[in-house]
Design a protein around this ligand. Sequence first.
Ligand SMILES: Cc1cc2nc3c(=O)[nH]c(=O)nc-3n(C[C@H](O)[C@H](O)[C@H](O)COP(=O)(O)OP(=O)(O)OC[C@H]3O[C@@H](n4cnc5c(N)ncnc54)[C@H](O)[C@@H]3O)c2cc1C
Length: 450
Amino acid sequence: MTDNATDTLDSARFTGPVFNPGDPGYAEEIAGFQTAYTHRPALVVGAVHAEDVRAAVEYAARHGLPVAVQATGHGLSVAADGGVLVTTGRMDTITIDPQARTARIGAGVRAGALIEAAARHGLAPLNGSSLSVGVTGYVLGGGLGLLAREFGYAADHVRSIDLVTADGRMRTLVPGDELFGAVLGTGGNFGVVTGLELGLVAVTELYGGQLMFDTDLVDEALDAWRQWTATVPETLTSSIAVLTFPDIPPVPQPLRGRHVASIRIAFDGPAEDGERLVAPLRALGDRLRDDLRTMPYTESHAIHSDPDFPHAYAATNALLDDLTPAALSALRAQTAPGGPVDAVIDVRHLGGALRRGDGIAVDHRDAEYVVRVITGAGEGDQAPAGLAAVREALVPWTIGHSLNFLYGAGAAADAAQTAAGYAPETYARLRALKSKYDPHTMFRLNRTIA
Ligand SMILES: Cc1cc2nc3c(=O)[nH]c(=O)nc-3n(C[C@H](O)[C@H](O)[C@H](O)COP(=O)(O)OP(=O)(O)OC[C@H]3O[C@@H](n4cnc5c(N)ncnc54)[C@H](O)[C@@H]3O)c2cc1C
């Protein structure tokens, strides 16, 4: 593929813009949330309609080119070096059916826009922690939401999928179709999604926020949270982050340079019950921050306060069958201040409804916790060595890895890592379907099924 890829491309067939390297707008079109590395395609199709996607795939098939997809760049794994990139940000339509409690969305819709649209009807999607994440990429990776223990994975609530496959066909998939269960959990392995129909839930407010403990209470908070998670109902989903704030002016003064543990709570129930449930955590001692309250669902992103600006990051994770004191010690030995790995740790409590879904390619549902390890990343796409060391330390408790919570390329996106996202029998089934529907691995610029 060369820079003159559009030689045989009839750009008049596209409603949206088409870019070659060097064109005005090319750099802006390929830029995404992840800044450590980026797609460098020979051709970008800024899709507006499903027909644009179909024409881009058909063009790629004719020329034997790989196709990458980008909505926001939050989950960039394997970057295109040549080939075709379909950007979906312009496919941003949202239609809510309040009676059916569903949303029909275009492939480029972000979580924040869907939360706002659903809230106008007293409904909520099963979004994750950040407003800026793309709904389609999130759902295709499973989608571990704020209320995951109550409602399961977001992918468990998909009603239909509009997909353009490698043969250029537009298909609408529904539960029971061979590809339906394969697409949910495998990123972009089977084609380009142009739209989704999603189930919504009748949630308008949450009791939640953060309880943040200072350095001297970090180990106690970790152990208390670990024990406490065994006692809470499925309507409560929580996580604990352990991090050291940088000692720089944008960080508010009481937090600058502090090593803290922050417990994040999302409870679908009345404030009185929420207060009663968190009382054992508050009893640990003074908090640097305690903003637990009943909030409109539209403010639920405050629970995690994820960064919303593009930056360079890498992350790995381990799905654990248990978080024993020994597992916590192994984690702390690697990541406590002065230890070998400088990272943000985020442990999310799983179980509940996450155990019960079936029929889609989201596995390891017996996991009780996911430990995430997130670091900054330099230029280039190699994961920092420390990430592998933390995973190694957690091996005795690890039953698999979450594909949505891997950030970075290289080893984070290789064949062995991708296979570890699935049970062996699921992976075998996915491989057979991959050969059937994508025989020339057009969709390999992602966590490819070998
Ligand atoms: C700050 C932050 C917070 C997050 N919080 C959560 C969370 O709470 N829970 C959770 O489960 N995950 C979370 N994630 C992970 C996130 O869900 C994944 O990174 C997801 O892949 C992002 O999708 P995207 O469309 O925004 O990113 P993109 O980088 O645009 O897309 C990621 C990949 O998804 C695939 N894809 C996207 N759109 C399509 C399409 N239309 N057709 C086919 N394939 C497509 C492609 O393979 C693409 O490479 C978070 C990530 C970040 C950076």
